[in-house]
Ligand binder design. Structure first.
Ligand code: 8YV
Length: 318
């Protein structure tokens, strides 16, 4: 029986019980982590489940010398110091595959949402329509438009299929690894990175955040986009240089943006992206459905239990 710390709330009771049958479970909030009680729990922990965006740093690992596994209830692992985990022999696991549909649905929603000025429509519906009769300016059709997908992994591919089959969009994509027969089979075309930015009416980002991808969509890339194009990001805020994005939106170079992720979360209330009428911001809810979060929690628990039992986890990063 090992000590397991669950960092953050939101693991369903059934999943907590599943871990609790075999191990001692201690749930800690971010604030509790800094208390004597929190430090003591971490000092004995052999496994940690990370629910939110809590960083796993060298300092965190030093406070948990018995740790054998960090199990993320997330697919993204950009907040984990992988090198430090490797050095200390700590396994890192994540939850790929089970959230593709939910994230792709939200991406498609943002594509149509910004095209149809849905943020402004909701504001009007709740206010000006009844008081002054004012309604937003006309939107634009998505059918027949080019959707550019930057990063054709599981989520990008799911977005491609949804937007091609459901909305009649033409799909182009770019991945460093080049075209795949599977993607080309349903009419998506691989293009160079330059061509992707130049041809997309809507560009959607599905890249992990790494040192190479940080701010990789910046001034140069945004200036290369068609005037009046739209940007969607449901991956990680820091893939985009937010200052360059704000400038492109203010100048009218970009017609709008749909963002589920921002550089700082929760954002600074003064972040201009929260105040531009042609930007729809959602609060990092790509995977936030009952079914998907349950599946993520179960996979996170399975990964943790496997490592603690000396078995191979389902999805290992380190
Ligand atoms: C999670 C995410 O909501 O999986 C990811 O990488 O960004 C989201 O699905 C987030 O990590 C909180 O658990």
């Amino acid at each position: 029986m090992a000590q397991v710390v669950v960092l953050g709330t939101g693991l369903p009771d059934r999943v907590l019980d599943e871990i609790g049958v075999r191990h001692t479970v201690r749930t800690l909030t971010r604030d509790q982590l800094d208390t004597a009680e929190g430090r003591a729990a971490l000092a004995h922990a052999e496994g940690v489940v990370v629910i939110g965006q809590e960083p796993v740093t060298e300092e965190f690992l030093a406070a948990a010398p018995k740790l054998r596994v960090v199990s993320l209830r997330a697919v993204g692992y950009d907040r984990v110091d992988l090198a430090a985990c490797r050095r200390r022999g700590v396994a890192v696991c994540h939850t790929p595959g089970v959230l593709d549909g939910a994230v792709a649905d939200l991406t498609a929603l943002l594509v149509v949402g910004i095209a149809r000025r849905f943020g402004e429509c909701l504001d009007s519906g709740r206010g000006s329509w009844a008081t002054t009769g004012a309604r937003p300016a006309l939107g634009t059709d998505v059918a027949g438009k080019v959707l550019g997908i930057l990063g054709m992994g599981r989520i990008g591919r799911r977005v491609a299929r949804t937007c091609a089959a459901g909305f009649g969009m033409e799909i182009i994509y770019h991945t460093r690894s080049g075209p795949t027969a599977e993607d080309d089979a349903f009419g998506a075309s691989w293009v160079t990175r330059e061509e992707l930015f130049a041809r997309a009416d809507f560009l959607t980002i599905h890249l992990p955040l790494t040192p190479e991808t940080r701010h990789s969509v910046g001034e140069r890339e945004l200036a290369a986009m068609k005037p009046g194009a739209y940007l969607v990001n449901t991956a990680r805020g820091d893939v985009v240089d937010e200052r360059a994005l704000v400038a492109a939106l203010r100048s009218g170079r970009l017609a709008g943006a749909g963002l589920d992720v921002l550089s700082t979360e929760p954002p600074d209330p003064d972040n201009p992206l929260l105040h531009l009428p042609n930007v729809m911001v959602t609060p990092h809810v790509g995977s936030a459905t009952e079914e998907t979060r349950y599946a993520m929690a179960e996979l996170a628990a399975r990964n943790l239990l496997n490592v603690l039992a000396g078995e191979e986890p389902v999805a290992r990063v380190v």
